[in-house]
Design a binder for this molecule. Structure first.
Ligand code: 9MR
Length: 385
């Protein structure tokens, strides 16, 4: 079968997901029929021969992958099979955050992330690191322990230990995540995070410099959200982001890429392709690569009807990807999860009617949704890198 020929039957059997794969030709059959009934444009049929989103992306010279974690990949063989089939790059959704790795100020627990790195090697996946420096997901001991006298030592020690442990095995690190906040940050847009409070804006430069030393090979990314829409807050954030990049580059900070998280809302109409294109061009003209790091499409506020909902979610993926993939500096697309079975939106942005949310390419039964086809079609239409 096609999936097995791409991955090699032996590799699939290695983690016992061969059996899970065995049932999937019928799934694919149903998906293709379903595809017709969702009436996507006929050119999408051209992608029907592809078995995986990663495959379509790699034909155009960029990576596709999705956030996941030890909990699902180690325990849900059917999900793991779909994951390996579709993804070429793995980003731990939570596993590399401080709260997950740091039981105490002096200890690290790499058990689960080591497992993920081994999983990636076994299935020829690249790894992305998320994230070395963030104001959230800090361990409980952080607020009692870290202060302006010792913050630099803690920051440097953490980056050296984590990026150093996986040096040479990481495609890209989100070195600093979400350092901008508008309108509640400083006048220059910087978020009033503990790191800013303790170390001033230099914490960003320091983080990139230490990451560059600890793992010179990983692409160093600044990652943020709230950048894509034609709203005043997103415009202000785009502005602050560009100013930050300029300041970092002027100081010689070794930043190499910008991550646009891209948590979309299917109900959002304030989308201006030209303004987004201009933002992407502005980043690219600074010599930086761009990654779409956390793409998903919330169906909050959409009608209950599944067919209608799935169509609107698929349309949002397609509209967005058509614009961002036109920019040659975009080198990777990651969705924030692969299947509706596991999505942060169930908890963080539930629907008012209590129905399960449907924001990702596969549904909760791991079958392809119109979103899968829309993404495949956008990838297939993308210019070659
Ligand atoms: O999806 C993640 C969720 O499971 C965590 O509880 C949460 C806090 O650590 O973080 C979520 O992921 C966030 C990511 O790390 C940074 N950008 C926004 C993502 C969604 O909140």
């Amino acid at each position: 079968m096609a999936i097995q020929s791409r991955l090699g039957r032996r590799r699939l059997l290695q983690i016992g997901i061969g059996a899970a794969i065995a049932g999937c030709s019928s799934i694919r059959q149903r998906s293709r029929q379903g595809f017709g009934s969702h009436s996507l444009s006929p050119s999408a049929l051209a992608t029907a021969g592809f078995n995986s989103l990663a495959q379509v992306a790699s034909r155009k010279g960029f990576f596709y992958g999705a956030a996941s974690d030890y909990a699902m990949l180690s325990s849900d063989a059917q999900f793991a099979a779909r994951y390996v089939e579709n993804c070429r790059i793995l980003v731990p959704e939570n596993g590399l955050k401080w709260r997950a790795l740091r039981p105490s100020p002096t200890e690290f627990d790499f058990t689960k992330t080591d497992w993920l790195f081994d999983f990636a090697v076994k299935y020829s996946l690249q790894m992305r690191g998320h994230t070395l420096v963030w104001h959230l997901s800090l361990p409980r001991w952080f607020s009692e322990t870290v202060n302006s006298r010792n913050a630099e030592r803690h920051l440097v020690h953490h980056i050296e230990s984590v990026a150093g442990r996986y040096a040479g095995k990481v495609h890209s690190w989100d070195v600093v995540n979400e350092a901008i906040e508008v309108p509640d940050g400083r006048p220059d847009g910087l978020r009033k995070s503990p790191w800013l409070e303790f170390l001033g804006e230099e914490y960003i430069d320091l983080s990139f410099r230490v990451a560059a030393q600890a793992d010179p090979e990983a692409l160093r990314v600044y990652n943020d959200y709230g950048l894509q829409y034609d709203t005043s807050s997103h415009a202000a954030k785009r502005h602050a982001a560009l100013r930050l990049l300029e300041r970092l580059q002027a100081k010689g900070t070794p930043i190499q890429a910008f991550g646009i998280q891209s948590h979309l809302r299917a109900s959002e109409t304030r989308f201006n392709a030209e303004k987004l294109r201009q933002f992407l061009r502005d980043i690219a003209s600074m010599g930086l690569k761009i990654l779409i790091t956390e793409l998903d499409v919330s169906d909050q506020g959409l009608p209950a009807d599944i067919e209608q909902r799935d169509r609107l979610v698929a349309d949002a993926y397609r509209e967005y990807l058509d614009v961002v993939l036109d920019e040659p500096a975009v080198i990777a697309v990651l969705t924030w999860g692969l299947s509706d079975r596991y999505t942060w939106l169930s908890e963080f942005k539930p629907r008012e009617d209590g129905l399960p949310v449907r924001p990702l390419p596969l549904d909760e039964n791991l079958e392809r949704k119109p979103a899968w086809w829309a993404i495949a079609q956008a990838f297939d239409n993308a210019p070659l890198r």
